[in-house]
Design a protein around this ligand. Structure first.
Ligand code: UGA
Ligand code: MN
Length: 251
């Protein structure tokens, strides 16, 4: 099995720190499963900072990366004081990754699972053992999201299947699941080329609408011990109050 981790990223002072955390998590994960990291910069051009960081990966069989860039159009970009829910984030970048997958991934051979791995969340390496179990679409709880300590699919005790969701925000969505709360088989992505993220989706419905292309609530595969364990947290890094910069450093 190979896990394709899709990470949009953009410049801010904490970017390098965030990416180092993700890189180190994936290095650990790659001891147990093959990792293909897809890093997509929200920028006109690929930056030296991200290039230098990715050079640390020595492209062994079990940990490979691809570096892409796709700039969010200016009219879709958050302005300085905008609250972060005002605009979609990561749309352009995730679509660039989906296109790369559709253009480059061979549908045959061993199992390949895609996971949307934002650069700022916190990931337990155990999560990757769960992602490796996904057959079509697998789901699990996500900590610290939507105003709750965790969001999770709720299972029907009789059937063991997903019956609903505990979510602080619109639990009645078809799939009330955060981007970090599911993994999807790349075969599905290849057979549904029309499935992409879109600015026309209602805010907060990207995950739900994307999953609707591929599956139904009843078909979801509950993982992480029947959705009883939290292996990923929707952490958000505080914006540092940088008042000056020391020249000559890449921070
Ligand atoms: C939540 C979800 O966890 C995201 O997966 C979802 O994309 C987002 O809401 C949304 O509704 O649009 P949140 O923590 O609010 O996430 O979003 P960020 O972490 O700020 O951004 C998600 C990803 O997009 C990150 O990997 C970030 O680096 C990237 N991003 C963000 C960009 O590439 N460009 C930006 O201008 C902002
Ligand atoms: Mn985030």
């Amino acid at each position: 099995v190979t896990i394709y981790c899709i990470t949009p990223t953009y410049w801010r002072y904490v970017q390098k720190a965030e990416l180092i955390r993700v890189l180190q998590t994936l290095t650990l994960a790659s001891y147990k499963t093959n990792i293909q990291w897809i890093v997509i910069e929200d920028s006109e051009q690929k930056t030296e900072l991200v290039k230098n960081l990715l050079k640390r990966i020595d492209m062994q069989d079990h940990f490979k990366y691809v570096h892409l860039n796709a700039k969010t159009p200016p009219f879709q970009k958050l302005k300085g004081k905008d609250p972060r829910w005002k605009k979609h984030r990561g749309v352009e970048q995730r679509n660039a990754a989906l296109k790369w997958i559709r253009d480059n991934v061979n549908p045959h051979g061993t199992k390949k699972i895609a996971f949307f791995m934002d650069d700022d969340n916190t990931y337990d390496v155990k999560l990757f053992e769960e992602i490796a179990k996904v057959r079509n679409v697998g789901v699990w709880p996500v900590g610290l999201v939507g105003g709750l300590n965790l969001e999770t699919p709720v299972l029907d005790p009789k059937t063991g299947k997903v019956a609903g969701y505990k979510s602080g925000w619109k639990p009645d969505r078809a799939f009330a699941i955060d981007m970090a709360g599911f993994g999807i088989n790349i075969d599905l992505i290849l057979t549904k080329p029309e499935a992409v993220f879109s600015y026309r989706m209602e805010r907060g419905f990207q995950e739900s609408q994307f999953l609707s292309y591929f599956t139904t609530k009843e078909q979801l595969e509950p993982l992480a011990d029947n959705c009883t364990k939290v292996y990923v947290w929707h952490t958000r890094t505080e914006k540092p109050d940088v008042k000056g910069t020391v020249p000559g450093f890449e921070v």
